[in-house]
Design a protein around this ligand. Sequence first.
Ligand SMILES: NC(=O)C1=CN([C@@H]2O[C@H](COP(=O)(O)OP(=O)(O)OC[C@H]3O[C@@H](n4cnc5c(N)ncnc54)[C@H](OP(=O)(O)O)[C@@H]3O)[C@@H](O)[C@H]2O)C=CC1
Ligand SMILES: O=C([O-])C1=[NH+]CCC1
Length: 358
Amino acid sequence: MAAIKQITREAIAKILDWNSVISAVEEAMVNVSERRAVQNLRSITAIPKTDNILFAMPGYLNTDKSTALGCKLVTLFPNNAQRNLPSILANILLFNENTGVLEVIMDGTEITAWRTAAASVAATKYMRDVNSQYKTLAIVGAGTQAKIHAIAFQHQFKFVKVSYNIIWDFITLASNSCSSSSSGDEELVINMVPISTNSTRKNKRHAGDIVPNYSEEVHIWNRTYKKGEILCEELHRQSKIQGTTKEYTPFQNLEECIKDADVIITTTSSPIPLVQYKWLKPGVHINAVGVGEAVMELDEETYKSSVVFIDHLAGVEHELRHLAEKGVVFQGEIGSIINGTTPRPSSGQITIFQSLGT
Ligand SMILES: NC(=O)C1=CN([C@@H]2O[C@H](COP(=O)(O)OP(=O)(O)OC[C@H]3O[C@@H](n4cnc5c(N)ncnc54)[C@H](OP(=O)(O)O)[C@@H]3O)[C@@H](O)[C@H]2O)C=CC1
Ligand SMILES: O=C([O-])C1=[NH+]CCC1
């Protein structure tokens, strides 16, 4: 038998890019919904007297483009941060579908991180109106998923509101002479500011100059505030290197963090609800990503007052039975919105993508 090919985490990380991962995940979601992909219930082995879990996630795909028989094995060890290891570690095994011979073992840790964020991106794109404007993104948590979601969402949606001040020589704030327009996902707001009060004068700005202000529109709340602060600094540094100068703000208070958000992403292992319905802005979209034996990031009222879509119906019926028993209705899979068999929710409704994973 031929040697098993091994693909390392570093090799995988080099070839991932957002456009490819997002479109592959969207295609996978459609394949799941059209039952071209065989995705059985995953097995969950909870290790007694710990919070640790081993997931086995087998699958088979047979489409015009590709066939694959594989199994992802994932460990969730929530206290791994103390050991300087990721909480989620994954390996993917690929078999020859004619002989059953194991051909490839690839590291799945990076793929799991990117795939999960790409699924939330796809859900946000398809559950919301195509013309939605996104100004404020709030992320709950500051671990691996929080960081990769921040990067993926900035790639896809650009959540930063840019306002421009035009410097004037005279005081004129007549609103009909202010112009406002939008381009893409960014909002352009032109404010007229009398030059006598504009501090940029000492920097030799001239009347008529347009001065960009970047407002801080990515909010991050974390149980351990310091880690949220460190993540914000890291994301800000990275965006500066890329020349995009985005701002990320850490919050001490969760309500303050999420109350103005257009999109919220929850990425924690909290066993008690963090997000409360009474704090939410009408029409907000939530991607609920935290998953585990007892994880519950949104309160019951939020689920019951929202349109809830998921990634894999059978998996959700099995693993989130407790929510269904409380009356939470799962409307369908994201794949069925992407392929056009289910309409996207109407705007104004609070929407939730409850992610389980694959
Ligand atoms: N849906 C999917 O497809 C996937 C889901 N996941 C799930 O996403 C979640 C995050 O994973 P990952 O980012 O890798 O994990 P990390 O360990 O990197 O981050 C965990 C985050 O959860 C926070 N947290 C843990 N316990 C609590 C609590 N009781 N109350 C509030 N916050 C808490 C931590 O805060 P602090 O810094 O204070 O410790 C930290 O911000 C997990 O539940 C995981 O199972 C992961 C991959 C795929
Ligand atoms: O998709 C995935 O790999 C996981 N979902 C929940 C924990 C791991």
